[in-house]
Design a protein around this ligand. Structure first.
Ligand code: GLC
Length: 542
């Protein structure tokens, strides 16, 4: 069966997207913080890896109260990271290599240094300047409600004149009021600004939180519906009216040729995800279900079936992701004890809290991570990779407290260790200052063991994880077609499917080796045992 060739407008549907967290990728000027020229110098590496697109986490001016997700100015580059001219060079170099570029857009909140918030603070209560945000009077000396910020502590912060403003994340990230026309217009301007500069798509941060029902009296946090049952009635998240905003965005994105893509980061139940991924909305939405599943055959199978069906229903394509800048790296998660209730492996951002880390089985974690990525790359849909996972990099659990940056650590008063352990600058060389990250140090401290995971240590080594990713991406490029997938049922703990063209992927989640089907093996995540597929291994056959 042949599939239609995707038009350029459809490039995102089966793309392999590589996420770069710019401050931790490559540092060109030795200040310990990665930058755009650093990324530019590594474009040849991205070409060799064989990805289709780069997703760049925020590179905008920011005080880094939340790793750049506290944006001071949406239409500029943080001077520590470069200039708009550097950005132009990066777009040009990526496009010359046939790699698309997606940038992060953060519409739920600005930083507290944004010119609008500064104006709001200088203005009186009840003035239009305050109305771009969510200011309210408190109850005596108490905040307007008992809502918690996602990073811990109250979701309200008080200004010197006594009013409170809402911040679902850190206090330095005041939530915008999306009922305000100026807020709506300004983000359309931002979409055009980057689209005009050649950006191919947008990753929409906290896409499900923009519209809020702030009718008073506010419900107590104990009365708020659980997100899993929200169904559009939660006052703060996933309200149906949010899609009016994305319909306006889609019109702007469609002004371009090809239309700019968008992918929603929306923590909503699977059945409500389609709204974000609709053709008159953002077009695609992240699905974090695999990321949250333990290494478990039945869970993987259920998640894959459900998401392929959902994507089919609304003409989108599935997204798959195991790691990003918010979660413990999956090579580490899969080496943690398997807790049937979810627990350690379930991908929660903040699970390595101080003093309670269980022992990580590094070898097992890496073995499963290699099997998992081959499984994921064989699925229909787009695959999102996070910088360093192609090196099999482990989470850095031992960052000293004085070096931690994540507001989740500070706001939880240390109960949550936070997300810095997956954001440590990646190792390029076996040794040297900052393992080739730059000519200076590194803003998050790299551990001694980083060198063995470096690009230098793995380049050209046949059995390395980097080689596995390069080979898998090259094979996928030749075989990936449309959305079809046929299950080959057999043993309960073996996940086996065939794609159009006869490409088979088979993963053994069990403990004992299993017989391989009679077909030529193209690639395997660990060495095979004769004609048998060992435990925690994926093979591709054709
Ligand atoms: C998203 C980002 C995360 C950030 C939060 C607030 O979840 O991925 O890094 O802290 O939004 O912007």
């Amino acid at each position: 069966m042949t599939s239609p060739q995707p038009t350029d407008a459809d490039w995102w549907r089966q793309a392999v997207v590589y996420q770069i967290y710019p401050r931790s990728f490559a540092d060109s000027d030795g200040d310990g913080v990665g930058d755009l020229q650093g990324i530019l110098s590594r474009v040849p590496y991205l070409i060799d890896l064989g990805i289709d697109a780069v997703w760049l986490s925020p590179f905008y001016p920011s005080a880094l109260a939340d790793g750049g997700y506290d944006v001071d100015d949406y239409r500029n580059v943080d001077p520590r990271l470069g200039t708009l001219d550097d950005f132009g060079q990066l777009v040009e170099a990526l496009h010359a290599a046939n790699i698309k570029l997606i940038v992060d857009i953060v519409p739920n909140h600005t930083s507290d240094r944004h010119v609008w918030f500064q104006e709001a603070l200088e203005a009186q209560p009840g003035t239009p300047a305050r109305d771009r945000y969510i200011f309210r009077d408190g109850e005596g000396d108490q905040p307007p409600s008992d809502w918690d910020s996602i990073f811990g502590g109250s979701a309200w912060a008080q200004t010197p004149d006594g009013q409170w403003y809402l911040h679902l994340f850190a206090a330095e990230q005041p939530d915008l009021n999306w009922a305000h026309p100026e807020v709506r217009d300004d983000f359309l301007t931002t979409l055009r600004f980057w689209s005009d500069r050649g950006v191919d798509g947008f990753r929409v941060d906290v896409a499900h939180a923009l519209v809020k029902d702030l009718t008073e009296p506010f419900k107590s946090k104990t009365e708020l519906p659980r997100m899993s049952e929200s169904n559009g009635v939660h006052p703060l998240f996933d309200r149906d009216e949010v899609h009016e905003i994305y319909r306006d965005w889609r019109k702007v994105l469609n002004e371009y040729d090809p239309p700019r893509s968008a992918v929603a980061e929306a923590f909503v139940p699977a059945a409500r995800r389609a709204r974000y991924a609709s053709a008159d909305g953002l077009g695609q939405a992240f699905n974090f279900d695999l990321l949250q599943a333990n290494w478990d055959y039945a869970k993987f199978r259920r998640v894959i079936e459900e998401n392929l069906a959902l994507a089919d229903q609304n003409g989108s394509s599935s997204t798959w992701v195991f790691s990003n800048h918010d979660v413990v790296r999956h090579a580490t998660r899969y080496g943690l004890p398997n807790d049937p209730t979810g627990g350690w492996q379930d991908g929660k951002a903040w699970l390595l809290s101080n003093g309670t880390e269980p022992t990580v089985d590094v070898e097992l974690g890496l073995r499963r991570a290699r099997a998992a990525i081959m499984l994921m790359l064989a699925l229909p849909g787009s695959a999102y990779l996070y910088q360093g996972e192609e090196l099999g990099l482990q989470e850095v659990g031992e960052l000293p407290a004085a070096n931690l940056q994540d507001p989740a650590y500070f706001r939880s008063k240390g109960a949550e260790k936070g997300r810095d352990g997956c954001r440590v600058p990646i190792p390029w060389t076996v040794g040297g200052l900052s393992f080739g990250f730059g000519t200076g140090g590194s803003h998050l401290l790299q551990p001694k063991w980083f060198g063995q995971y470096s690009v230098e240590a793995q380049d050209g080594v046949a059995e390395s994880t980097l080689s596995l990713y390069r080979k898998a991406l090259a094979v996928r490029r030749g075989l990936q077609t449309a959305n079809e997938l046929t299950w080959n049922d057999g043993v309960d703990w073996v996940l086996h499917f065939t794609r159009p063209g006869g490409w088979q992927s088979i993963t053994n989640f069990g403990e004992a080796p299993v017989e391989l089907p009679d077909a030529a093996v193209v690639l395997s995540s660990s060495p095979l045992e004769g004609a048998k597929l060992p435990a925690d291994t994926t093979a591709w056959l054709i």
